[in-house]
Design a protein around this ligand. Structure first.
Ligand code: AMP
Length: 281
């Protein structure tokens, strides 16, 4: 890393003559091994790599969540350095949303259920900031985590519809040894909540096991997740879902590929996780 880029002009100058292809890893910082895995994939694929660090106010549907989102740029820059990333773009809010900014990128059906329903405005914020970052960076590829499975679908739809040529690549979810998906928000978990949090993964695995044993009823698979979550008194269910098709509607019957997903609160901290059920496995 040669120094953090703060402005659009600095970014443009830094990108002018870099070797291609260029790989982009967008993040909100508080970098962990999930982010590192995206950086490693980018390094393997691309001649030049850029990480963006931007806590995007527009994708937080709760002001308090934005305020307390963890931030530590010094630590993040050390991670980026260790991973051998070439460029870092960490702009202030006004550099992404120029004065008078008044456009929203709003993706349709795929953004409506699940996280879209639970967090009004969230995917508008995501699609808007990612469209801006894609335009500013002009990367050949961009890397996202499967941990936010619906986000990947929303961004793919947005890029296709807006004719942005950046290829969207989804990378596997990185987990703690006990199965908890890494997340910047895990830092907010109290000790007992942290101990209880692997129940998300256990619920997904319980439903996956039923599916592998031949269960195809959406209701029964959702019930398997609910039953597992009920074993953990600290876990407050937001939703469980067995969804599929292009609109990610809840499935009565799982006949093809499907996405198991759930959102659970521990105190003030909301966690999500998912598992893909793919044909033939
Ligand atoms: P965030 O900083 O939380 O906005 O995440 C930045 C990118 O890292 C997103 O594409 C996330 O899906 C991805 N990511 C977050 N957690 C993980 C994880 N545990 N495994 C893989 N990717 C992740």
């Amino acid at each position: 890393v040669t120094g953090v880029l703060r402005t659009r002009a600095e970014l443009r100058d830094a990108l002018a003559a870099v070797p291609r292809p260029l790989g982009l890893v967008p993040t909100m910082g508080w970098l962990h091994d999930g982010h590192r895995s995206l950086m490693q994939r980018a390094r393997a694929d691309d001649a030049t790599t850029i990480v963006t660090i931007f806590v995007n106010p527009r994708q937080f549907n709760e002001a308090a969540d934005y305020q307390r989102y963890p931030r530590n740029e010094t630590r993040d820059l050390a991670v980026v350095e260790e991973e051998g990333i070439d460029l870092v773009f960490a702009p202030p809010v006004e550099e992404i949303y120029l004065p008078g900014f008044d456009t929203t990128v709003s993706v349709g059906a795929v953004a409506r259920p699940l996280e879209g329903a639970a967090r009004p405005g969230h995917f508008d914020g995501v699609a808007t900031v990612v469209a801006i970052l894609f335009d500013l960076v002009g990367a050949e590829r961009a890397y996202f985590g499967q941990k936010d499975a619906q986000q990947v679908m929303v961004i793919r739809q947005m890029a296709r519809d807006l004719a942005i040529p950046t290829e969207v690549i989804a990378c596997p979810t990185v987990r703690e040894p006990d199965g908890l998906a890494l997340s910047s928000r895990n830092v907010h978990l109290q000790a007992e909540e942290r101990a209880a949090a692997p129940v998300l993964r256990r619920a997904l695995l319980a439903a996956t096991a039923r599916w592998e044993a031949g269960e195809r009823s959406g209701d029964r698979l959702r019930e398997a997740m609910r039953e597992t979550l009920a074993e953990e008194p600290l876990a407050r269910l937001d939703y469980v879902s067995v969804a599929g098709g292009t609109t990610r509607a809840e499935l009565d019957r799982v006949e093809g590929p499907a996405l198991l997903s759930l959102a659970v609160r521990f105190g003030d901290t909301r966690l999500i996780d998912n598992e893909v059920l793919s044909d033939g496995s």
